[in-house]
Design a protein. Structure first.
Length: 81
């Protein structure tokens, strides 16, 4: 049982770490592309920023769903039946 719990905690740590790393890298690349797009065509700034906000909102919703999954793994672990 202790081995299952330690494996679960290791998996949860890896899931969260890789998720935040991926989102951070993705938002950084997105920000650089937005700066490049606005630099090329400043008239489209509002449309570009609006679409970036939609994408970042979707990413945040996915991170919240990931947190829900992690809490399910931590508190209602199906392997500990």
């Amino acid at each position: 049982m202790e081995q299952i719990l330690s494996s679960t905690l290791t998996a949860v740590g890896m899931i969260l770490g890789l998720a935040f790393l991926g989102v951070g890298i993705g938002l950084g690349i997105l920000g650089s592309r937005v700066a490049e797009a606005v630099g090329r065509n400043p008239e489209t700034k509002s449309e570009v920023v609006q679409s970036v906000m939609v994408v970042s909102g979707v990413l945040m919703v996915l991170l919240l769903l990931l947190f829900a999954f992690v809490f399910i793994l931590l508190f209602y672990n199906p392997l500990l039946v």
